[in-house]
Design a protein around this ligand. Structure first.
Ligand code: M6R
Length: 609
C-alpha cells in the first residue's frame, strides 16, 4: 500500500531525507512517487509515475528547497498510475499539499459536493477530495489554524486515512491525522518525522510514537502535539525506544512476511469492503447480461473462482464455470464467443496463463472482466471493467490476504447480482451484508484465539508424509486451497477433493494415523460430512476438524479441532475457514525448517506459460 513520510529538519534540506525515507518504504510496493517541500512562502513539488530511482534520474528528488516537506510512494487504488494521480495533491490555489495512505469511501459524494462549490479536480484519486475539503473549511473559517481546518475536514471522511498536510500559510508545521491506516512519529534532537511505517526513519532515530485511530498530530521544530479528532483534546504520549533491526521493522516485528500477511487480514478485509459502489454495480450489470460466465484463474485465485461459482449459484442463481486458466484454450477456445463473459481473477494481473486465456477470449469478441490487486497491471488494461481488490502488496509467495480479499469481492458481486435479479429478499440481503461487515472481526478472533492451537497441531503432525483435505459444497474450495498452501510452503504432499469422492477411490490410501483435515461449517452439508468423517475414522485416520465453535458432534469425532465463531453464513464460510489452514501451512513449514516466504521453485508472479 501507499507509504507516506514527512519531516522537519533543523539543519539542512528536507528533500534528501524524504528521498532516502521513501527508498526505505519501497518494500510496501508502489507505482509512483512524489515530494513537496516548503520554502520562502511557497510549495515546491516533484512527482511522477515509476520507481524512485527512475523518477529521481529524471527530476532529481534531492534539489527541492526547504527544511520541511512530505513524500509519498503510491500504490494505485483510484486512478491509474500516472503522474497526475501521483501524490502530493494540491488544493485549487496551490496553498495546501497532502499525501495520503488509505481509501476514502465517500469520495464520489464529496467530490460532487466540492465541484458544485467550484473546486476543480485534476486527478482521479480519492485523496484529492481531502485537500479540497481542507481548503473549503479553511476558506469558510479563515480564523482557523491549519490543524483545526484539517481536524474539521477529516470528520467528513468515511474510510481509512493516514495523511500529512503542509501549507506555506503555516510554514513551520506538518499536520497529520490517522484512521485505520498506520501512522508513526519519530523524534531526535535534529528532526521530527512522520511515516506510515517505522523503517522509514529507523536509521535516523529509534524513538517512536505510535499514533492511534482518531488522532491528529502537529509536527513542529519543537516536536509533536497529539490531539483527539473527536473533541480536539490533548493527548500525552511519550516516545518508545525501539530495539528493532531494519529487517524486523520491515516485517513489523513478525518473523516472516507470510505470518504478517495472515495477520493483516482483518484490515485487508475491511479495505475490500470499501470498494466503490459504481464499479461493483457496473460489473454486476455485465454479469447479469452474460449468456455464459467463465471464472478464469490459476492457483489460489482459481480456488477463489471455485468458491465464487457456489456463491453465484446459491445467491444469484447464475451458473458460472470456474476454469484453470492454462486449460481454458483447450477446453473452451473454440466455443467461447461474443456472448461469453470471462471474469479473470489474478492477484498480480500478470499471470501468463490467465492473460493467454483472456487474449484468446478477446480475439473471439468475448467480454472481459478483471479482478486484480494491481491497478495498472496488464489485466486492468485489457479488461472492459476491472475491480482492484485493495489488499495491498503481498510479499510472501503464498497468497493469503489476497485470497480472502478476492473472496470478499466475489461475494459482494454475487450478492449484488442476487439483488439485481430479484433472487433474494431484502431481509436476506441485509442479513448477509451485515455478516460481511462482521467478517474482519471474525477473522481477527480466529487469529487471536486459535493460532496457538494450530501451532500445536503443526507440531503433532510435522512428520506426516501425506495429508488429505476434504470438504463438501463450497468448502471443497477451502479444502483445495488448504492443500495448496501446505504443499507449496511446507513441501508436504497432499490431496484434496470433495469429501463425497473418498469412497470412489482415495479412501484406499487411509491407514492408521493418516491425517485428514475436514472443513466442516454447520451448513447443509454437515450431516453428510459427518458420515464421511466416520468412514475415515473407522479406518484409523487422524481427524483434524475446522469446525464451528461448540459443534459437539464433530468434536466427539475429531482428534484435533480448530473452532470458528458461530453464525458465519455458508456462502461466506471460505473466508474464515481458510485462516487456520494458512496458519497450519505456515507452522508446518517452520516445524520442518523451511522459509515460508521463499518456497523453492516458485515465483510470486508466474509470467511464463
Ligand atoms: O497473481 P495470480 O493470482 O494470477 O497468481 C496465481 C497463482 O500463481 C498463485 O495464486 C499461486 O498459486 C500462489 N503461489 C499461491 O499461493
Amino acid at each position: 500500500m501507499c507509504g507516506i513520510f514527512g519531516c522537519i529538519v533543523k539543519d539542512g534540506n528536507a528533500a534528501p531525507v524524504i528521498h532516502a525515507a521513501l527508498k526505505r518504504l519501497e518494500y510496501r510496493g508502489y507505482d509512483s512517487v512524489g515530494e513537496a517541500t516548503l520554502h520562502e512562502s511557497s510549495l515546491h513539488i516533484k512527482k511522477d509515475q515509476g520507481k524512485i530511482d527512475e523518477v529521481h534520474k529524471i527530476h532529481n528528488l534531492d534539489d527541492l528547497p526547504g527544511n520541511i516537506g512530505i513524500g509519498h510512494t503510491r500504490w494505485a487504488t483510484h486512478g491509474a498510475p500516472l503522474q497526475v494521480n501521483a501524490h502530493p495533491h494540491l488544493d485549487c490555489d496551490g496553498q495546501i499539499a497532502i499525501v495520503h495512505n488509505g481509501i476514502i469511501e465517500n469520495f464520489s459524494e464529496l467530490k460532487q459536493e466540492l465541484e458544485n462549490l467550484g473546486h476543480v479536480f485534476k486527478s482521479k484519486t480519492d485523496t484529492e477530495v481531502i485537500v479540497h475539503l481542507i481548503e473549503h473549511v479553511w476558506k469558510t473559517k479563515p480564523s482557523l489554524s491549519l490543524a483545526d481546518a484539517v481536524l474539521e475536514a477529516v470528520k467528513r471522511l468515511e474510510g481509512s486515512y493516514a495523511i500529512a498536510v503542509i501549507s506555506p500559510k503555516e510554514p513551520n508545521k506538518i499536520v497529520c491525522a490517522r484512521y485505520e491506516s498506520p501512522l508513526v512519529v519519530g523524534v531526535n534532537e535534529n528532526a521530527v518525522y512522520c511515516a506510515s511505517d517505522i523503517p522509514a526513519f529507523l536509521p535516523l532515530t529509534n524513538k517512536a510514537v505510535i499514533i492511534n485511530d482518531g488522532e491528529l498530530v502537529i509536527l513542529s521544530p519543537q516536536g509533536y502535539e497529539i490531539r483527539k479528532i473527536a473533541d480536539s483534546s490533548l493527548v500525552t504520549r511519550e516516545p518508545k525506544i525501539l530495539d528493532w533491526t531494519p529487517e524486523m521493522a520491515v516485517k513489523q516485528g513478525y518473523p516472516h512476511f507470510m505470518l504478517k500477511e495472515i495477520h493483516e487480514q482483518p484490515a485487508t478485509l475491511r479495505n475490500t469492503l470499501r470498494l466503490q459502489e459504481h464499479y461493483l454495480d457496473l460489473m454486476t450489470t455485465f454479469l447479469d447480461r452474460a449468456h455464459e460466465v467463465f471464472l478464469v484463474a490459476c492457483g489460489t485465485s482459481y480456488h477463489a473462482c471455485l468458491a465464487a461459482s457456489y456463491m453465484f449459484s446459491k445467491l444469484a442463481f447464475l451458473a458460472t464455470y470456474p476454469i484453470i486458466a492454462s486449460e481454458f484454450m483447450e477446453q473452451h477456445g473454440k466455443s467461447v464467443n461474443i456472448d461469453s463473459t470471462i471474469l479473470a481473477v489474478s492477484q498480480s494481473g500478470e499471470t501468463a496463463d490467465t492473460l493467454a486465456a483472456v487474449n484468446c477470449a478477446r480475439q473471439r469478441a468475448a467480454t472481459i472482466l478483471g479482478l486484480t490487486n494491481v491497478i495498472g497491471s496488464t489485466l486492468t488494461r485489457i479488461s472492459r471493467v476491472y475491480i482492484g481488490q485493495q489488499s495491498g502488496p503481498e510479499i510472501g509467495v503464498a497468497a493469503t490476504k489476497t485470497f480472502t480479499s478476492q473472496l470478499s469481492v466475489l461475494s459482494q458481486l454475487a450478492l449484488r447480482l442476487a439483488k439485481k435479479r430479484g433472487k433474494i429478499s431484502q431481509d436476506e440481503m441485509d442479513f448477509l451484508a451485515e455478516k460481511m461487515e462482521n467478517l474482519p472481526d471474525v477473522v481477527d478472533e480466529i487469529i487471536q484465539t486459535q493460532e496457538e492451537k494450530v501451532k500445536q497441531i503443526a507440531k503433532k503432525y510435522k512428520d506426516a508424509k501425506t495429508f488429505f483435505f476434504l470438504g463438501r459444497g463450497i468448502s471443497t474450495a477451502t479444502a483445495y486451497e488448504g492443500r495448496l498452501k501446505l504443499m507449496e510452503i511446507a513441501y508436504v504432499p497432499a490431496i484434496a477433493f470433495p469429501a463425497g469422492e473418498s469412497k470412489h477411490g482415495p479412501i484406499s490410501l487411509i491407514e492408521p494415523g493418516f491425517p485428514v483435515v475436514f472443513i466442516c461449517p454447520k451448513d447443509d452439508t454437515h450431516k453428510t460430512l459427518i458420515g464421511n468423517i466416520m468412514e475415515m475414522k473407522a479406518r484409523g485416520a487422524s481427524i483434524i476438524a475446522i469446525m464451528e465453535e461448540g459443534d459437539e458432534e464433530i468434536k466427539k469425532l475429531a482428534d484435533d479441532y480448530v473452532e470458528i465463531p458461530k453464525g458465519v453464513p455458508e456462502v461466506l464460510s471460505p473466508i474464515p475457514y481458510i485462516i487456520p489452514l494458512q496458519l497450519l501451512a505456515y507452522y508446518m513449514a517452520i516445524e520442518r525448517g523451511h522459509n515460508p516466504d521463499t518456497p523453492r521453485n516458485l515465483a510470486k508472479s508466474v509470467t511464463v506459460k
